[in-house]
Design a protein around this ligand. Structure first.
Ligand SMILES: [Zn+2]
Length: 431
């Protein structure tokens, strides 16, 4: 007997990048948590089923964040007058050493997951630290919360600080154990992703071994690429035999086709653009972090015209906020600054940026991020009456008001596969 539920409301999504699809006063019919139909008229065969009335609100797909660091929550907002490489050494690496202590890791990781829930980010691709036990804990906390995630233990066997080191052998062994545990848990919501921090942190020997594991277990990969000019120059210095940064990952099997997220990608050469397109890499655009750490502005229009796939990442703690609404508006804002400097370009539109934080980012996790038949009903109910000001805004305007001036207080219900997700961890965690 299929589990049928029916919701009646105003649904907004972006099945294609450039345009909102607005289903006003529409019935959304779910079967076993997946969207079966969106219809203006309820079929007579379903007339005996209860209908959840959401008409005063707007309903949007839940957000997916394709690049975020769970351990960096305590650093969000600290040290952001520094540039990437000094910031890593002064703030990020010292913070990550603290995750050797389980009680600290548990506290921060619970706060992190609650923060994602609060902001309506129901799927995320997450960097942990190099520590194995705390990473296991992060997996189990995500499963307990019922959110979707790819999680990876960070691999780094060079150029770190004392207290945050691992040998090549330790890194590989801990990673393979975590992969085995993730496979045996058989969770389709929380899965392992290979996570070399970035090329300067990983020796060629380690990258080769990680690439072997990627092939052996058919794993996805996440890392950083072409984020900052000094970082790009450093990679060139470390690996002069390679033509460019992306080639290093590719040479070691760390760019599996259709299963790779590369964060930032600001300075891609023509050759790298071609490689990323060929490998169907998802480029994680982290506009706020790129401004905060003086990294630069991704030329989004150039890349979309070249056929690259782009989705949004918060990159906390390179950025200070989790809310994907802010990352959507930041993406538009910085694209305008880029346009001023490059008049041949054109700014990112609201539906394009919304698409990057919902359907484009969702593709990495499965069928999430849109209201189309076959998609999981992963959605946010937005009670935006406090943003109304007595005006009769169109649904489109209401969404824009929410994205630019709203916050998590307007998100009243979060659905994952058609079921409400309760606030995780009860009173365990302080907000
Ligand atoms: Zn990052």
């Amino acid at each position: 007997m299929p589990d049928i539920s029916i919701l009646h409301g105003n649904f907004i999504c972006t099945p294609t990048p450039g345009q909102f699809k607005i289903d006003e006063d529409t019935f959304c019919i779910l079967e076993n948590g997946n969207i079966q139909d969106m219809t203006k008229t309820l079929p007579a065969s379903l007339s005996s089923f209860p209908v959840i009335d959401l008409r005063p609100y707007i309903v949007i797909p839940a957000f997916s964040d394709v690049h975020v660091h769970a351990p960096h929550l305590p650093n969000a907002g600290i040290g952001l007058d520094e540039e990437l490489l000094p910031w890593l050494n002064h703030y990020t690496f010292p913070l990550e050493t603290k995750f050797a202590e389980m009680a600290f890791a548990e506290r921060v990781y619970k706060m992190f997951i609650r923060k994602l829930w609060q902001c309506g980010t129901l799927h995320a691709s997450v960097f942990a630290t190099l520590h194995k036990k705390p990473t296991e804990l992060l997996f189990s906390l995500f499963r307990e919360a019922g959110l979707g995630a790819f999680i990876g233990k960070v691999n780094m066997d060079r150029n770190s600080i004392p207290g945050l080191t691992e040998t090549t052998e330790e890194s590989v062994a801990a990673t393979e154990e975590l992969i085995a545990e993730s496979i045996s848990s058989a969770s389709d919501r929380v899965r392992y992703i290979m996570t070399p921090r970035f090329v300067p942190s990983t020796t060629e020997r380690l990258m080769r071994k990680l690439g072997d594991l990627v092939e052996k277990y058919n794993l996805p990969v996440q890392s950083h690429l072409d984020e900052n000019r000094n970082e790009v120059a450093w990679v060139k210095e470390l690996h002069p035999q390679f033509q460019n940064y992306a080639d290093v990952y590719d040479a070691f099997g760390l760019m599996p086709e259709g299963r790779t997220i590369m964060a930032h990608c600001i300075y891609l050469s023509d050759h790298e653009q071609e490689l990323l397109r060929e490998k169907k890499v998802l480029a994680a655009h982290c506009a706020m972090s790129n401004a905060d750490l003086s990294s630069g502005i991704m030329p989004v229009r150039t890349y979309t015209q070249a056929g690259l796939r782009i989705a949004l990442g918060s990159d906390v703690g390179g950025a200070e906020v989790f809310a994907m609404m802010r990352h959507i508006t930041e993406t538009i804002r910085v694209s305008k600054l880029y346009w001023v400097q490059h008049p041949e370009s054109s700014p990112v539109t609201v539906p394009e940026a919304f698409y990057m934080a919902t359907k484009a980012s969702g593709t990495f996790f499965g069928k999430t991020g849109s209201f189309e038949p076959g998609y999981g009903f992963d959605a946010l109910v937005i009670d935006d009456r406090s943003l109304d000001c007595g005006c009769s805004f169109s649904l489109n305007e209401r969404l824009e008001r929410f994205l630019y001036t709203g916050d998590d207080r307007q998100i009243t219900v979060r659905y994952f596969k058609g079921k409400e997700v309760p606030e995780p961890f009860g009173t365990d965690v302080t907000r």
